[in-house]
Design a protein around this ligand. Structure first.
Ligand code: 3HC
Length: 286
């Protein structure tokens, strides 16, 4: 079944980027948040990102308009009745995701594909939220931030995911210009299983006073040729998101490398979540 109409649930860091890349290849996108204002804010963020591309001469003003017109913000979950595909990118919490999937399963046509952008939670666990017949259509489709820039999609099959669902997601990822890697349904999948111990170890080095944040980050940027240092990358991803992923990894796999560092737990408890709150390991002008 060709995918033309995409319902993106969640208009935050990941959701707005996922909406943007689908509109960029001509898909009709419904951008959903329970509060309409948040969906509208997601669309404004996309408009600002497209402004940058126009300014750099990467796309024309007409392209910008053509892409924006394809994105419809909504606060009504019932609009999922038009969707060929749902991509869910809400907060990384199994209960939050389960409640949303249960609701969308009631409202969506029976052939609609369900893809979760979870960064660590088991696909089989989330698929329990939908009726058994839908589970063949339920899959993990994990994007990387910033979505318009990072050319990877991690595809995760649950035990019930059908070959047809995998093929449809592969086809779409190809249209989006993303390379697909396939992971089994294990905590953190492939990329976050590799990434989080790296970020965690940088945080432990920081809390033990091994080096200043700037020196730890420069070590990775200059010495390892990473585009960002681990502490600035954690701030960029969101410290609450990193903490949530590390907890899933630690609960599911054990191992000291997955234990969330104390400095991370403290920052999150104080509401310092990184770039999005203006403070994490660094402070950011607002
Ligand atoms: N939308 C569209 N384009 C964007 C963008 C955005 N939000 N942000 C950056 N870009 C584009 C710029 O326009 C620029 O394009 P150009 O080369 O054609 O001019 C290019 O990306 C580079 O951007 P900048 O020059 O502004 O800045 P940098 O060179 O410093 O790159 C970066 C910024 C791409 C974010 C780079 O620092 C980077 O790759 N960082 C690492 C990101 C990363 O590791 N992401 C994965 C996080 S893990 C994850 O998402 C999984 C989750 O489960 C946790």
């Amino acid at each position: 079944m060709p995918i033309e109409r995409v319902f993106v649930a969640g208009a935050g860091l990941m959701g707005h980027g996922i909406a943007q890349v689908h509109a960029a290849i001509g898909k009709h996108v419904t951008l959903y948040e329970p509060e309409l204002q948040r969906a509208q804010a997601g669309k404004e963020r996309i408009a600002a990102s497209l402004d940058r591309l126009v300014h750099k001469g990467r796309i024309s003003g007409e392209d910008r308009e053509a892409q924006l017109v394809l994105i419809e913000p909504t606060g009504d979950p019932g609009t999922v009745r038009h969707a060929d595909l749902v991509v869910e990118a809400v907060f990384e919490d199994a209960d939050v995701k389960t409640a949303l999937w249960r609701e969308l399963d009631r409202l969506a046509p029976e052939q609609t594909l369900f893809a979760t952008n979870t960064s660590s939670i088991s696909i089989d666990r989330l698929a329990l939220a939908v009726r058994p017949a839908r589970r063949a259509l339920f899959v993990g489709m994990h994007f990387f931030s910033p979505v318009p820039v990072m050319p990877l999609v991690e595809l995760i099959r649950g035990s019930a995911t059908s070959d047809g669902t995998e093929a449809a997601i592969r086809q779409l990822a190809g249209e989006l210009g993303k390379q697909v890697i396939v992971s089994t349904d294990r905590p953190g999948f492939i990329v976050n299983r590799i990434l989080m111990p790296f970020l965690g170890e940088a945080m432990r080095a920081y809390e033990q006073g091994v080096g200043m944040a700037e020196d730890i980050d420069a070590g990775a940027r200059v010495g390892l040729n990473h585009p960002m240092g681990p502490l600035e990358l954690a701030d960029f991803i969101g410290l609450d998101v990193c903490l949530g992923i590390m907890k899933v990894l630690h609960e599911g796999l054990g191992g000291e490398q997955f234990v969330p560092p104390k400095v991370l737990q403290d920052l999150v408890a104080e509401g310092h979540l990184g770039q999005k709150t203006g403070r994490g390991f660094y402070t950011y002008p607002r």
